[in-house]
Design a protein around this ligand. Structure first.
Ligand SMILES: [Fe+2]
Ligand SMILES: [Fe+2]
Length: 135
């Protein structure tokens, strides 16, 4: 069972950003899978590293787009991203130390976080980016 599944409610109306969110969802589910199938810590750690790297890539892209449209709530959005990165890096350290069960906690946490963030925070910028596309 995937931790999180893509559906239309998660669309922010910008195809490139939807694509990036879908890739994040896939990485979260891969991490979950890897842990549940007992692939062990090394496999999980590789996915965690890829997840952190791709999350940063996505956040940079998203913030870049929001800067272009002078999104008014940029500071709070950036703060939410920064808090997430900090938290995931703390998790990654625990995975690295081999603490059992941490990767599963991380995938569940990330699945919940991403869903909440996309629906509650990302979707607030929809009208601003939609305007940009329309111009
Ligand atoms: Fe975001
Ligand atoms: Fe996002």
């Amino acid at each position: 069972m995937p931790v999180i599944q893509w559906n239309q409610n998660l669309s922010v109306g910008v195809p490139e950003i939807d694509k990036q969110h879908q890739r994040l969802i896939k990485l979260i589910n891969d991490l979950h899978e890897a842990m549940l199938s007992g692939k062990g810590n090394d496999a999980s750690l590789n996915i965690v590293r890829e997840l952190i790297a791709y999350t940063k890539t996505h956040f940079n892209y998203e913030i870049g787009q929001l800067e272009l449209v002078k999104y008014p709530d940029l500071i709070n959005h950036k703060a939410a991203h920064a808090a997430l990165i900090k938290k995931v890096e703390e998790f990654a350290e625990k995975v690295q130390k081999g603490q059992p069960g941490v990767a599963v906690q991380l995938s569940t946490f990330l699945g919940d976080w991403l869903k909440t963030h996309i629906m509650g925070t990302d979707r607030k910028y929809m009208p601003f980016l939609a305007q940009k596309v329309a111009k």
